[in-house]
Structure formats: structure tokens, C-alpha cells
Write a protein that binds this ligand. Sequence first.
Ligand code: HAM
Length: 375
Amino acid sequence: MFEHYEVFARVGESTDIVRKEMYEFEDRAGRRLALRPEGTASVVRAFVEHRPVTPWKVWYVAPNFRAEAPQAGRYRQHYQVGVEALGSDDPDLDVEVIALLDGFFRSLGLRRFRLLLNSLGGAASRASYAGALRAHLDAHAGELSAAARQTAATNPLRVLDSKRPEDLAVIEAAPRTLDHLDGPDTEHFERVQAGLRRLGIGFELAPRLVRGLDYYTRTTFEFAADSLDAAQNALGGGGRYDGLTEQMGGPPTPGIGFGAGIERTLLACDAEGVFAAPDRAVDVFVVDVVDGSHALALTSELRAAGIRVDRAFDRRSMKAQMRQADRSGALVALIVGEQEVADGVVLLRRMAGAAQEPVARDRVVEVVRKEVGAS
Ligand code: HAM
């Protein structure tokens, strides 16, 4: 969860994620540490440290921290499930990684999402694009927000992340990365698209998708949920980072991966209703008007048999306990009073219709199981 500050400083000196949103502090030994804002830099740091055999394919699920203004789908602590694959720049690997994430969302039952795809190109293409973009931003400086003007001077690509309304028209008219790809970058991107088509994975070209971190080269992608608010609709995203390992002091090693936001994925699942929500929390409610000890034993036995059960506490009146049974949504109430104890039975009451019958104490689990359909 902690890394040396420098691990992230290198990957995002001019990004909001590192400059404005990263939690950083000094520990007691005076080291400058950061709470991990994302997973890729840590994985690459581990690669450089341990030098595993390539191709190296790893995955993680872990919390990340960003000091953002919390709102639906945007939290200061969020979980990502991610993969990284280091050691090959084969476009088939891009397709494999994208297909894995597409398949993950589909296997959950999600359908209302789109795959946005772009290529930033390698160093030469990126430099050519950055030059054209800077010229465009300079020419329209007067129409940009003050913050965007400042970003344009240090890292023009980051201006494309701006969601400020005043910047949108200039961004819309900005040059496209795809018009600045050199020969090898163009070929790489064409092969990625061909591979996705081959697997039947639909995508939209998003020529201004540069993503919020500086390490990306060539392929970038994002899965956007149509069921979520546009400002927080990225379910997951990723791309290539062919220069990152070298930048961190390792041998030149291309890499690609993705990170998917678990909370956002769950929000999208809720919005699309892909999980059947349980209509009640318990099937059985025990009402004990003797002393509570019968409820204690019954709930324990029923739970051991895998039956969802709750009870009242605090020796409340019969009426109060029955009201609680009603509110719990249980199908069945088991009622124990002095008479039932004397007779060695429990009253089983079906909450719908209120029919009730005595059940021998030692047959309760068996009868209740049949009644609520538990296995
Ligand atoms: P990212 O786009 O910054 O990429 O984050 C990945 C995903 O994490 C987002 O698409 C979103 O679903 C979720 N996410 C990000 N910030 C928040 C937040 N504040 N609250 C809730 N969810 C959030 C990365 O982090 C890269 N490491 C992905 C990657 C892996 N690229 C290459 N390999």
C-alpha cells in the first residue's frame, strides 16, 4: 500500500493523480512515502527489483488512494482489479488484455458499456503529436480556462483530460493522436483493431483518449458504462507503457495492462440489475416469550443447518416480537411460549396467511428446511 514517493513521481510528475491527489508524507525515519494511487507503477517497480522471466503476466486486486472530492463512483479509497503483462510488444497481447477485461464485464452480465480505443504512438509519434497539440492550444489560449493554460505549458496532453466546460470546445477541435502515428505505430494499431474484430469485440475510436497518467504509449483504452454518470463512467482502462520499465531503471521492457474499478463495476451492475437482489435477509424469525434461551438454541441449530434466521432480544413482549418478525420479511415465525415448552413443541407460523401449527421440538430443523426450501 505504501511506496517511496519517487515510484509515482516518475510516472506522473505533471498529472493530477500524482501532483494533486496523491497522499504523501514523511515516516519516522524521514523517508518520503506515498499511499499507492494506482497499481501499475508498483508492479513495474517489483519487476525491476526482482527481474522475473518474461513474458511476465501478473494480476492484483488492491485498494488505491486518491484525494479527490468524494462523490458517487469517485472515492478517496477505491479497489482495482488489474493485470499487467511485461516483455512483449506484440499487438496480440494488447488484444488479449483488452479481451480479458471485456470478458470480465460480460461474464458479470453487464451489457451497457462501450470500449473506447486509441493509440498515442511511441516516443516519435507522441512528440509530433505534442507539438501539434501545443500549437493548437497556444492558438486558442484565450478560450481556455486558466488551469488548462497552465497545464498546456508543461504537458499539453493533460489538457485533454480537462472536464471543465470552458475547455471542451477547444479539446473537441484538437488534433487527433491517430493523425500523428508513424509507420510502425500505425501498423501496431491496425493489428490491434484487426485482432479485436477477429474476436468480435466492438470498439469505438476515441482519438483524444490520452488517459490520466503519463506512462502510456501506443494503445490506450477505456470501458465506459452508459448506465453511469458521464463524469465517472470509466469502469476500467489501461494501455501500453513500453518506456516505463526503463524509466524506472530496468532493462527496456514493453508492457501493457488494465485496472478496473470494483466499486464502479458494482454500481454499473446495480444500474443494469445484473444481480438478483435477495428480497429478504432472513427466512425464519424466532419469537421466544419464555426467557430467550429457546431462541438462542433454535437460531444456533437453524444457522448450523444453513438456514437464514434472526430473533428478538431484550425479552420484549409477544406483540413487539411479532411486529419485528413481520418487518424482517421472514416467511416463517417460530413461536415459543410456556405452553409450547411444556408440550415439547414450537409453533410454526406462516407469515403470509398466518396459518400455524405445532412442530415437535426435535423436528424443527427438518420441517423448517422444507418450509423455506433451503437445501
Ligand atoms: P485509472 O484509469 O486511473 O488507471 O484507474 C482505473 C480504474 O479505477 C478507473 O477506470 C475507475 O474505474 C477506477 N477509479 C479510479 N479512480 C477512482 C476513484 N477515485 N474512485 C473510484 N474508482 C476509481 C490506472 O490506475 C492504471 N494503473 C490502469 C492501468 C493498468 N494501466 C495500465 N495498466
